[in-house]
Design a protein around this ligand. Structure first.
Ligand code: MLT
Length: 266
């Protein structure tokens, strides 16, 4: 995406990070099983900001594997350090939102604002934890692609134009193919074991934007609205004709929401 991505060495892993432009920092954290390219529309558009987008451990051009959300949160602190950003507005989709909330729990001084998209604060239910176990078993027997295949039908709004839908599905499969088996197992374990972040939400003291995909089959918009009600003074938006991958499905709408939110912070 960027001609010269930054390489950040953290312990035994090298993280690859796109850093673009000058201005106040915005950190984009991708979801599962995606990579930093899922933010390419927003990164291309937000020209008045320094945009920072890492591939998390075990995906894309980053090595290693993280077995906890805390590890990911500490990784993104190393990314901010390497990019010279003392504080950033943090934008997270789904698993990226789990990491953003963990960042806020562990390193609150690094977060200047928060934009949460298609995510939740609660920990996994027993059924969801069983689903993670099943996913881990499928990666072990069939590779990372087996999990991606199972997810693709649930990720997009159901009534999208067929040609566009096929293009998005291809893009999701490409991102999914960039995960190593170890990286994917680590991410599934990290999500399975994550703590309830509702107390973090209740204590948010930075400006916040909460966005839902109107047709998200994985994290319903009603759940996101309930999440937004925990964040004092947050902006709330539903992205029409979007499923779980709103920044790619409706790039103009999501970019507009971010431009307005970020503009309110300058
Ligand atoms: C994601 O998009 O990051 C995942 O749907 C999160 C999850 O599986 O909990």
């Amino acid at each position: 995406m960027s001609p010269t991505p930054l390489r950040v060495l953290v312990d035994d892993a090298t993280l690859t990070v796109d850093v673009r432009g000058e201005g106040p920092a915005v950190l984009f954290i991708h979801g599962f099983p995606f990579d930093r390219t899922m933010w390419r529309h927003q990164i291309g558009a937000l020209r008045r900001w320094r945009r920072i987008a890492p591939d998390l451990r075990g995906v894309g051009d980053s090595s290693g594997a993280a077995h906890s959300i805390a590890r990911h949160a500490d990784d993104v602190v190393a990314v901010l350090d390497a990019a010279g950003a003392a504080r950033a507005v943090v934008v997270g989709l789904s698993m990226g939102g789990y990491i953003a909330l963990e960042l806020l729990r562990r390193h609150p001084g690094r977060v200047r604002g928060l934009a949460l998209c298609c995510t939740r604060a609660t920990a996994d239910s027993p059924e969801a934890r069983a689903g993670r176990e099943d996913g881990i078993a499928r990666v072990r027997s069939g590779g990372a692609g087996a999990v991606v295949d199972g997810l693709v039908p649930k990720l997009l709004a159901p009534d999208g134009e067929p040609g566009r839908r096929a293009e998005l599905e291809r893009e999701i499969r490409e991102m999914g193919a960039r995960w190593t088996a170890a990286g994917m197992i680590g991410a599934l374990e990290a999500m399975r074991d994550r703590e309830d972040a509702t107390p973090v939400l209740d204590a948010v003291s930075v400006p916040a934007l909460v966005m839902a995909g109107a047709e998200d089959a994985i994290i319903p918009a009603d759940d996101m609205r309930a999440l937004s009600e925990h964040v004092p003074g947050s902006r709330w938006a539903v992205v029409p004709d979007a499923g779980h991958l709103a920044p790619l499905e409706q790039p103009f709408v999501v970019t507009r929401l971010l431009v307005d939110f970020l503009g309110s912070l300058r």
